[in-house]
Design a protein. Structure first.
Length: 224
């Protein structure tokens, strides 16, 4: 049954995942191309000076891209479940309700992690070739919260989309917007270093909110 659910989710999202992976790779490559241009015209020494003295990390273009990709994946994956009454059919499968939703969430989580890993690997390869390990680590640690925010956006979007009533859904959207703001409070490089493990655990815990929406749906909390 788990494979069948994965396949169903793949059918819903395969085109979106392909386009979003292409977008993420192109934007990451563009950032790396800018680095190559700086080195070509002003030299590697200038690149180091800018990174050290001006806190430049050269991947700022990606700041909100992982968040947008995670949010849209949640919309593409879960909005049809509510708009087309598929959720009721999904929860009537011969499989535990909450486990079904957990499998759906795991599909999205793994998909996003693969996309984000490709982008981070490209960043790593691009920077490791031109800067010291410390500067490379600085860029990576600065960017990681953006990708964690993408997972948070995915979990929160699933929570909102699966919520069965519009009144509660609007409240959930406001809460989600406030939560996502937490990932971008400190723009300085490595500002989240001390909080990154806790922020990651908090983000994973957000996946449990979808179970609350499913519980409300199963108990009959629906728009009349």
């Amino acid at each position: 049954m788990r494979k069948a659910i994965y396949y169903k989710e793949w059918l819903k999202t395969r085109w979106y995942l392909g386009l979003s992976s292409l977008l993420l790779v192109v934007l990451t490559g563009y950032c790396l191309l800018n680095i190559s241009r700086v080195i070509e015209f002003k030299g590697a020494v200038h690149l180091w000076e800018v990174m050290l003295e001006r806190d430049a990390i050269f991947v700022d273009l990606l700041t909100y891209v992982p968040l947008l990709i995670g949010l849209l994946l949640g919309v593409f994956q879960y909005a049809p479940e509510m708009q087309q009454s598929r959720l009721k059919l999904t929860l009537h499968l011969p499989y535990p309700h909450y486990r079904t939703v957990a499998v759906m969430l795991s599909y999205g989580t793994v998909s996003l992690c693969v996309l984000y890993a490709v982008s981070l690997v490209l960043i790593g390869v691009g920077f490791r070739a031109v800067v010291a390990h410390e500067l490379f680590a600085r860029v990576l640690l600065t960017a990681l919260p953006w990708y964690v925010a993408g997972l948070g956006a995915y979990f929160l979007t699933a929570w909102v989309c699966l919520e069965p009533t519009w009144k509660r859904r609007i409240l959930d959207i406001l809460v989600a917007a406030g939560v996502l703001r937490l990932y971008f409070l400190a723009p300085a490089p490595e500002a989240y270093n001390r909080f990154l493990p806790g922020l990651t655990l908090f983000t994973l815990a957000l996946s449990l909110l979808s179970m609350l929406s499913v519980y409300r749906f199963k108990t009959g909390e629906q728009d009349r």
